[in-house]
Design a protein around this ligand. Structure first.
Ligand SMILES: Nc1ncnc2c1ncn2[C@@H]1O[C@H](COP(=O)(O)OP(=O)(O)OP(=O)(O)O)[C@@H](O)[C@H]1O
Ligand SMILES: [Mg+2]
Length: 257
């Protein structure tokens, strides 16, 4: 049997790739987690730009901010949106999470409660064959399934399966109320996605005891490659987007929020 050769993606985000040995395995599903305003959207927009620059086809699916706002953010952070859209490398689309929940509902009743449904028509526009999909955010999709957690879980399983079988590398934003990986026990709606995912990147709003807030990032897991296990400072800059300081390990008296 022929052995599959794994290829790895370098994000191009300043400083980020220094934290990962080989890169992000192509076809991975990576969660981008963090509290409100921690930089999840800007992380993904910065990534979108670098992926387009590498000639990859990117679909940014927004369930929160309207398309024009995301385009504006992209421009602010130095992306020539029009150029990439003309080259058919960048697609920024807004979706309605309630529509998705309703379609899944309809598919499930049609399938007579079978667990196998085809999420493609509910998710990725038919004519697009993206290399990278960014979903902003799973939390918005999850809330549209309110009270129907098992449906959300089925949808997620099918979604991950779909992305994997099409070798699409995905980044899925998930808003977390508290830092979830610093020793707290944690049970939250949609938790199932943590073990479905191949990687987890966490963004923190750090509160320092001197009264300052700073930003930080950690790669918590990345299947198939070695990672630097540390929490490092990062920043959001005009014309650049997010940048990571791989050598600035968080020090002093601080609280992760
Ligand atoms: N042009 C800019 N220059 C510097 N910092 C900016 C700029 N635009 C936004 N920011 C900072 O980025 C933060 C927002 O980041 P982002 O929208 O990525 O957060 P988020 O984690 O997606 O939040 P939410 O959970 O609300 O969606 C803002 O709070 C702001 O401080
Ligand atoms: Mg956001």
């Amino acid at each position: 049997m022929q052995k599959e050769v794994e290829s790895f993606i370098k994000t191009g985000i300043s400083g980020f790739d220094n934290l990962i040995d080989r890169g992000i395995p192509q076809g991975s599903s990576v969660l981008v987690e963090g509290g409100p305003g921690s930089g999840k959207t800007i992380f993904c927009l910065t990534l979108a730009r670098h992926m387009c620059e590498q000639g990859k086809k990117v679909l940014y699916m927004s369930f929160e901010e309207p398309e024009y706002r995301l385009r504006n953010h992209l421009e602010t952070f130095g992306t020539d949106v029009e150029k990439f859209e003309k080259k058919k490398l960048l697609f920024v689309k807004r979706f309605n999470a309630l529509d998705i929940a309703r379609s899944v509902e309809a598919l499930l009743s049609e399938a007579k409660k079978e667990l196998l449904i085809d999420v493609q028509p509910v998710l990725i526009p038919q004519d697009l064959q993206p290399d990278i999909v960014l979903i902003d955010s799973l939390s918005s999709i999850s809330s549209a399934f309110s009270g129907e957690e098992s449906r959300f879980r089925i949808y997620m399983e099918q979604l991950f399966r779909y992305l994997e079988s099409h070798n699409i590398t995905s980044f899925l934003i998930r808003e977390t109320a508290n830092p979830t990986h610093v020793g707290h026990s944690f049970v939250e709606k949609g938790e199932a996605v943590s073990f479905l995912s191949d990687g987890i990147i966490v963004l923190y709003n750090v509160f320092h005891k001197d009264g300052n807030r700073r930003r930080a990032l950690e790669i918590l897991k990345m299947r198939g490659t070695e990672i630097d296990r540390k929490i490092v400072e990062c920043d959001i800059l005009k014309k650049k987007g997010i940048i990571i300081y791989p050598n600035k390990v968080l020090r002093g008296d601080y609280i992760l929020t």
